[in-house]
Design a protein around this ligand. Structure first.
Ligand code: CMC
Length: 341
């Protein structure tokens, strides 16, 4: 609820550094997955398995005290990035990297992902900064599906790791965490069709076919403030990477330009949302499309943890139990198996 003092901040930062590596048993667990496993399957399973390594945090988890909670939060926030990067490298048969305690959170993640035994990956400051912003912008967003899931599971008294693992699964669904992936899929489809975006926009305007992914928002009807923040940083990151003439990027910029000036989009208040730029940013950094939702999960981690804490520390905690109104048939006759046709 409060910003940390300098000493608290340094202490928590130390906990993050200390907790960056994962145990060898968990490394072997990750290595045991098929190479083509979806990274979200791996992330949710490994997160649940993490609880097995911290029995003191999972037994009687509702009585977790403040120092223990800080430790558990640091484990989750720090290890999620190591697990994500390990899953990327295991999937490609690459040697796993060890976290570097001298690097910042994002620089360390990029090192874990992209360093090779013969060449360290040194993140450009603009790229690390854009990634940092991406994570910050995803930290929390009201009662979305995965956060509500974390709260629901927490309300049964389930431990932090089990609750977060459930949140990861909820985020996995394409209606929740998948919009930034859908943006890249859309751009690839437009490119494969030999279109520069013009045809696609015209089709989207008929309201019959596809939507322009990465545009519009249920709540933000004038602009998505997150999109405005990430846009600037995205362009700086692109500049630092020397990316200028990329066909998908050209299509994206065309879509943005047309949507911001076309009456169909203006009258319906359809502006580029955060996912429009974040998908493009991830792609420019070299993060594969099937890991975009994992990146969202890394960013959402502090939010899930805070929500778990809020539920778990409520002295009046009651298990969540939504009511259901049954609207099906009232009385049905039992038909013996042999007579069921
Ligand atoms: N492309 C083309 N037309 C659209 C789009 C779009 N992306 N979004 C809405 N419309 C049209 C829609 O056809 C309707 O037109 P009409 O009034 O002629 O029938 C009008 O705009 C209003 O649409 P709606 O479905 O009532 O709007 P909504 O507020 O329920 O939908 C939305 C919000 C985000 C689901 C929708 O804009 C959409 O599907 N966008 C594309 C997917 C996307 O980018 N999702 C990520 C959202 S940001 C992540 C987050 O924070 O959740």
């Amino acid at each position: 609820g409060e910003l940390p003092t300098a000493a608290q901040r340094a202490h928590f930062s130390g906990l993050l550094t200390e907790n960056a590596p994962i145990r060898e048993g968990l490394v072997r667990f990750i290595q045991g997955f098929p190479r083509d496993s979806h990274p979200m399957a791996l992330l949710s399973s490994t997160f649940n398995a993490l609880g097995a390594y911290y029995p003191q945090l999972v037994e009687n988890s509702l009585n977790i005290d403040d120092p223990q909670f800080d430790g558990a939060a640091a484990i989750a926030i720090s290890k999620v990035r190591t697990i994500a990067a390990h899953s990327y490298r295991v999937g490609r048969g690459l040697k796993l990297n060890y976290p570097n305690p001298d690097l910042g959170y994002c620089e360390n993640f990029l090192h874990l992902m992209f360093s090779e035994p013969y060449r360290d990956y040194v993140a450009k400051p603009e790229v690390a900064s854009a990634l940092n912003l991406f994570l910050l912008l995803h930290a929390d967003h009201e009662q979305n599906c995965s956060t509500s899931t974390v709260r629901m599971v927490a309300s049964s008294g389930a431990n932090l790791f089990a609750s977060i693992s459930s949140g990861v699964n909820a985020l996995w669904g394409p209606l929740h965490g998948g919009a930034n992936m859908a943006v890249i899929d859309m751009l690839e489809r437009i490119h494969a069709d030999g279109d520069d975006g013009t045809r696609f926009i015209e089709e989207a305007k008929t309201g019959q076919g596809h939507r322009l992914m990465g545009f519009g928002h249920r709540v933000y009807k004038n602009f998505d403030p997150r999109a405005q923040i990430i846009k600037k940083s995205f362009h700086k990151a692109l500049g630092s990477l020397g990316i200028k003439d990329d066909p998908l990027l050209n299509i994206a910029m065309k879509l943005e330009e047309v949507a911001l000036s076309d009456d169909y989009f203006i009258s319906r208040k359809l502006y580029p949302n955060v996912d429009f730029y974040s998908g493009l940013l991830m792609r420019a950094i070299g993060i594969p499309v099937n890991m975009f939702t994992v990146m969202f999960a890394i960013g959402r981690m502090p939010g899930w943890i805070a929500h778990w804490r809020e539920v778990a520390s409520n002295p009046k905690l009651k298990i969540h139990r939504p009511r259901q109104i049954y609207t099906g048939p009232v009385k049905r006759e039992f038909v013996p198996t042999a007579d069921r046709g």
